[in-house]
Design a protein. Structure first.
Lengths: 297, 275
């Protein structure tokens, strides 16, 4: 009897510890996920209230598939993530390699590099608005000073807005990638490095044969998380360009925000969210397989 | 391993040059925050303000366009998020680590699986949920999702799982309850991880822009990042000096935390990255 009650007690205690968190996670994470997925198959707006939800099957998805604005936003998202992800990972790796090899003041440098990642994107956005100001920003003042008569309008230019946003988010994330790479580089076995050195392997060969294989999991991790991150964020876009000028910087996540929270077309926005989710999941899975295939070969 | 001093100097120079690209936007913002509005757009631009003034800061703290309200809201939201997150996450992390069972392992597996759910997908249903609960346009809408986190649970479970199970046995034989064992014996042992989680939780709630953007409509409830939008005109122009002073004020607390707790912060960030 006492053994049974001890087990019973243990079982109860286990759930009791988990319960507060679990209830919150169910309510604010699991329920929203299910509702969100469900909404994507429904037509609903704020006015009609909960009773007004009408299931419409795949109608939201069908409408998206024939909506050119949706596909343009998808294209911009692919462009955004397709460029920002490799550039961020590569620059993070370069910074980390240089820091790891040793430099004076590397602790301070590390701090400087990841500062943009930790402070508010919006506070940084304010700074960039001033720097990239079409007429009075220092960038354009400098360009005019070296003789360029009509420098780009940057965030206010349809050609450049998306590129500016991309550059700002790369700038903000590179230091974080460097930080994660630093930790990975510290874990690369020193003996292997030394053995390769004694064998007369040059820097590049040591990198490809020793360092790179050891940090591949980190590369994969950063690629995957930044695909998710870069294809999701809309805060900086909402703040700096509101998707414009025109729709020049309307990525899928911003279009979803617009559709949901400015036009209150929740069903359609939820469907966009689902397609983004599926798209990212597929890209991630493909990258994963490709990466695994390569490391086995 | 031998390293040539020349290489070290080259790297030092290159890295410090690169660091300029990371620092200059901050420096320019800081410089502009001390300039009178007319001087911000002076040609040629000056790094050191010609007529340095605290006027911008006085205006945004005590003047008509005060950010003091946003600041208070941000402090309130962050404080509750951090406290709540530490509490529920360490309890749950302990539960998953110390009281493993098949059912609880399954639940933890479900926790891990939620990591792939994109935050944007959650925004609309959360918005609708909070409307139903009557919490739309209250600070609770920002606080509640920050209090119950999968990430925190994951981090704390990781910390508890590494501790030996028999630490609590003696106390248990003395008749101590499970909560006492957790609170008195195990929790103090994971202080470094608690510090790391507190920092991450603070930074993410302090900087969050998308949640308040969607959940708040009353201006007096704005947190700092959302409050910064008040300094940008509809046509994209900005009252530059004020905006810069507000931006500086918004990022100083986080920058301070990060600089003061650099070691904990780095371990927190890499843990969040590596595990």
């Amino acid at each position: 009897m006492s053994a049974l009650s001890a087990r019973h007690r243990r079982e109860l205690a286990g759930w009791a510890f988990i319960m507060p968190n679990l209830v919150g996670v169910m309510l604010f994470l699991l329920v929203p996920v299910v509702v969100g997925a469900g909404l994507s198959f429904a037509n609903w707006n704020l006015v009609s209230g909960v009773e007004g939800v009408r299931l419409t099957g795949l109608e939201n998805y069908r409408l998206l598939a024939v909506d050119p604005a949706y596909w343009r936003a998808v294209g911009r998202t692919v462009q955004y993530a397709g460029i920002a992800v490799p550039v961020t990972v590569a620059s993070g790796l370069l910074l980390a390699l240089a820091l790891h090899a040793g430099a004076f003041g590397s602790r301070v440098l590390q701090l400087i590099f990841f500062l943009p990642h930790v402070v508010s994107m919006i506070a940084l956005g304010v700074a960039w608005l001033l720097i990239l100001h079409p007429t009075a920003g220092i960038v354009n003042l400098a360009l005019k000073a070296v003789g360029m008569d009509s420098p780009p309008l940057w965030l206010a230019s349809p050609q450049w807005a998306l590129w500016c946003l991309m550059a700002i988010s790369i700038w903000a994330a590179a230091g974080f990638h460097a930080l994660v790479f630093m930790a990975a580089l510290q874990a690369v076995p020193k003996e292997l490095q030394e053995a390769a050195m004694i064998d007369g392997a040059g820097w590049f060969r040591r990198f490809t044969t020793v360092t790179w294989p050891a940090i591949t999991p980190t590369v994969t991790f950063l690629v995957v998380t930044s695909i998710i991150g870069f294809s999701q964020g809309f805060g900086l876009i909402a703040f700096l360009t509101e998707g414009g000028p025109g729709e020049a910087s309307t990525t899928l996540s911003y279009l979803m925000y617009q559709t949901g929270f400015q036009q209150y077309r929740f069903g359609s926005a939820a469907a966009m969210g689902m397609t983004a989710f599926i798209g990212v999941a597929v890209v991630t899975a493909l990258y994963w397989r490709w990466q695994r295939g390569r490391s086995l070969a | 391993m031998k390293r040539s001093p020349l290489g070290r100097w080259t790297r030092t120079v290159v890295l410090w040059l690169a660091s300029m690209a990371f620092l200059l936007p901050f420096a320019w913002m800081l410089s502009a925050s001390f300039k009178p509005d007319l001087e911000v757009f002076d040609v040629p631009p000056r790094w050191i303000p010609e007529n340095p003034t605290l006027g911008n800061f006085a205006e945004i703290w005590a003047g008509e366009q005060s950010i003091a309200r946003y600041f208070l809201n941000s402090i309130l939201v962050s404080a509750v998020c951090v406290t709540g997150d530490l509490l529920t996450s360490s309890l749950a992390g302990y539960g998953f680590a110390r009281f493993a069972s098949r059912a609880r392992d399954r639940v933890f597996g479900f926790y891990l699986a939620t990591a792939i759910v994109p935050g944007q997908l959650l925004l609309i249903p959360r918005f609708l949920l909070f409307r139903q609960l009557g919490l739309y346009d209250t600070l609770w809408a920002l606080i509640l999702p920050g209090v119950f986190t999968v990430f925190g649970t994951f981090l704390m479970r990781q910390a508890f799982v590494d501790l030996p199970a028999d630490f609590g046995e003696a106390a248990r034989l003395d008749g101590a309850g499970e909560f006492t064992i957790f609170w008195r014996i195990y929790l103090p042992l994971v202080r470094p991880m608690l510090a790391a989680l507190a920092i991450i939780s603070f930074v993410s709630s302090w900087n969050d822009f998308e949640t308040p953007l969607v959940m708040l409509s009353t201006e007096s409830l704005y947190t700092l990042p959302l409050g910064l939008t008040q300094f940008i005109d509809a046509d994209g122009g900005l009252s530059a000096g004020l905006a810069m002073a507000a931006g500086v004020s918004a990022l100083v607390p986080v920058a301070l935390v990060v600089i003061l707790f650099q070691r904990q912060f780095i371990s927190a960030m890499t843990m969040s990255g590596l595990k």
